[in-house]
Design a protein around this ligand. Structure first.
Ligand code: DAH
Length: 347
């Protein structure tokens, strides 16, 4: 301890009072600057006798080092405080939920198709897929369409400018029915020579094409074909199967079916299937959703099967129509315009 101790204490208090680096530099000048208190002490050394000078010089130097150490410590503390304040100000709030990409969803037609596959799958039906570019034979001839049938005309069917190996024009399939024959032939071939053949039970959902376009028709649309062939399959089986399907699909038992006589070249007899809901927005109106019928003996023959032994039924339903009815959509074109305001409602 010497008479310089109060100076060092003053410096410490001054430095501590400086809240900003600039204030600290001002305080530093008061001690270490040109006319600062330490500097004044050093200047006074000159007036001392040589033997006193040495001892006093050592005292002043010690005090100067203490003041410098206090200054450096305060500088470091202020720099750290500044950094802390900056980190706090710029901190990321990691608890804030991030920005995500919107989640996509399945298209309503896909959802309808998957429901249909699940329901028929649970009733023992295989799900098959077929070519969208078909041969003339599978689209028409195999299905017992006469050579001059209007379905073959260019007003109804899109043709590809290519012929198949048999010389028929390739077409964009106008229905999923060609897969009846493709699937049945493969099935029959797999079981050829066996004493018995397991029943053919399949549905074929997929895209179909026709020269047609308005609020209820699109040049590309979707159908699901159904086929059940065996040794003892009757129209009664079609009625109960289709009723089970409709009840499961619409999740109601408050629905009736009507089989309305019709004509298709590949079935005899043929019927349109209409549904009527007992309640809801569509209450009381008959709505057509499918063609159907007992598979024509000539078609059974084209499947590679004996029509004396094998019999069964087929149906071809509109998936788009089923989706419209389930989701309450009145204009088919909404499905195909890709408008997110429409599609996002199904996510
Ligand atoms: N293929 C027919 C159409 O496109 C629908 C159809 C009717 C399919 C009767 C069938 C059926 O399998 O038996 O309009």
């Amino acid at each position: 301890m010497n008479d310089l101790a109060p100076l060092v204490q003053d410096a410490e208090a001054d430095f501590a009072a400086a809240a900003l680096p600039a204030e600290l530099e001002d305080a530093k000048a008061r001690y270490l600057g040109k006319s600062g208190r330490i500097t004044e002490q050093l200047k006074a050394l000159g007036a001392l006798a040589p033997d006193e000078k040495k001892a006093r010089g050592a005292q002043i130097n010690a005090a100067k080092q203490q003041v410098e150490a206090l200054l450096n410590a305060r500088r470091a503390a202020l720099a750290q405080a500044e950094l802390d304040a900056q980190l706090k100000a710029e901190a990321l709030d990691v608890t804030l939920p991030g920005r995500r990409r919107g989640t996509g969803g399945l298209h309503p037609i896909t959802r309808a198709r998957m429901r249909i596959e699940e329901i028929f799958g649970s009733m023992g039906f295989d799900v098959a897929d077929g070519p969208e570019i078909e041969t003339d034979w599978y689209s028409f001839t195999a299905l017992n369409n006469p050579e001059n049938h209007p379905a073959r005309s260019m007003q109804d069917t899109f043709y590809v400018d290519l012929k198949d190996a048999d010389g028929g024009w390739l077409n964009l399939r106008p229905h999923t029915s060609p897969m009846q024959v493709r699937y049945a032939r493969a099935h029959a071939a797999r079981h050829a020579g066996a004493a018995t053949m397991p029943d053919i039970r399949v549905i074929v959902p997929g895209r179909t094409y026709r020269v047609d376009s308005d609020a209820t028709h699109s040049p590309m649309f979707h159908q699901v074909e159904g086929l059940w062939i065996g040794e003892n399959v009757s129209f009664k089986d079609l009625k109960s199967l289709y009723l089970n399907f409709v009840q499961a699909y619409f999740e109601t038992t408050d629905v009736e079916l009507r089989f309305r006589p019709s004509y298709f070249p590949f079935t005899e007899p043929s019927a349109e299937i209409d549904v009527r809901f007992g309640s809801g927005p569509l209450e009381g109106r008959w709505l057509e959703i499918s063609g159907s019928g007992q598979v024509h003996p000539q078609v059974v023959r084209n499947m590679g099967l004996d029509p004396e032994r094998y019999i069964g039924f087929a149906f071809g339903s509109g998936i788009d129509r089923l989706a419209m009815l389930r989701y309450g959509i009145s204009d088919l074109r909404l499905f195909f315009e890709g408008d997110l305001r429409f599609l996002a409602q199904f996510v």
